[in-house]
Unconditional design. Structure first.
Length: 141
């Protein structure tokens, strides 16, 4: 490869890389949701920590029984943890005590909890993301 061709190849590669990096910077500015989510992850406090007031439930969606779980006559409680963000929405929902993964009650509980809305918890008078534990009961009538 001639020297001239090598120089032009390097120039083209540098321009393409610079354009790619510039495009990423434009797409993910400093205030991007990805960066904000990372900041939220660092600010989560435990609901039992001193000086923390727990989030207050504003609206609740009831979990629905699946037909399979009804036929199997499954009853009991799903225990989950979630982080209630400063906007009152739950995220990072995890099951810590399963009731029924086979017939879908665990999934129904998670889906319902994700639709709940809260007044955010506070620490030192300021809204904070708080990790909470939620129990969801399934009882046949």
């Amino acid at each position: 490869m001639s020297g001239k061709r090598l120089v032009w190849t390097v120039v083209v590669v540098v321009c393409v890389m610079g354009g790619t990096i510039g495009g990423v910077v434009v797409v993910l500015p400093l205030g991007s949701p990805i960066r904000q989510a990372a900041a939220h992850a660092q600010e989560v406090v435990d609901g039992e920590a001193p000086g923390v007031t727990l989030p207050k439930l504003v609206s609740e969606v009831k979990a629905q029984y699946t037909a399979e779980a009804m036929r199997a006559k499954i009853e009991g409680t799903v225990v989950m943890t979630a982080v209630v963000r400063t906007d009152g929405t739950p995220m990072d929902v995890e099951i810590i005590k399963s009731l029924d993964a086979e017939h879908g009650l665990d999934k129904q509980a998670v889906a319902a909890l994700r639709q709940w809305r809260f007044e955010p918890g506070q620490k030192d008078g300021k809204p904070v993301s708080v990790r909470v534990t939620v129990e969801m009961h399934f009882w046949l009538k």
